[in-house]
Design a protein around this ligand. Sequence first.
Ligand code: 5GP
Ligand code: ZN
Length: 115
Amino acid sequence: MASDCIFCKIRDGEIPADALRRDERCFVIRDINPRAPVHLLVIPNSHITSLPGLTPDEREAVGAMFSTAGEMAAIEGVDGSGYRLVVNQGRDADQSVSHLHLHLLGGKPLGGMCS
Ligand code: 5GP
Ligand code: ZN
């Protein structure tokens, strides 16, 4: 938990956001600044800041994020057309919230791998 973390505050209800799904490992919200018709954020409940050194519980949370993303893609109707899962890590990736999260993007052609 980081007291200044937007996603921890959303998790705790201190910042409003409609969770599309929430379980003991992660929760899902719509990105406030969507870059595609479907743009969800899959966020672990625990304040994970980087992938190296994950605890066993955090590893389970990361696995759960991917299966949740797949389920949400189906619910959002983009499992057939396709979608992209993105993790931004650090300055060169323009990461703006340092609490691990998966972007789920879809609903339009997304271009080449890094566009
Ligand atoms: P990053 O740039 O760290 O990979 O992604 C952070 C994402 O969080 C951005 O796409 C940004 O639009 C989104 N975001 C930031 N603050 C909020 C918020 O208060 N509510 C929601 N729903 N999304 C947010
Ligand atoms: Zn956090």
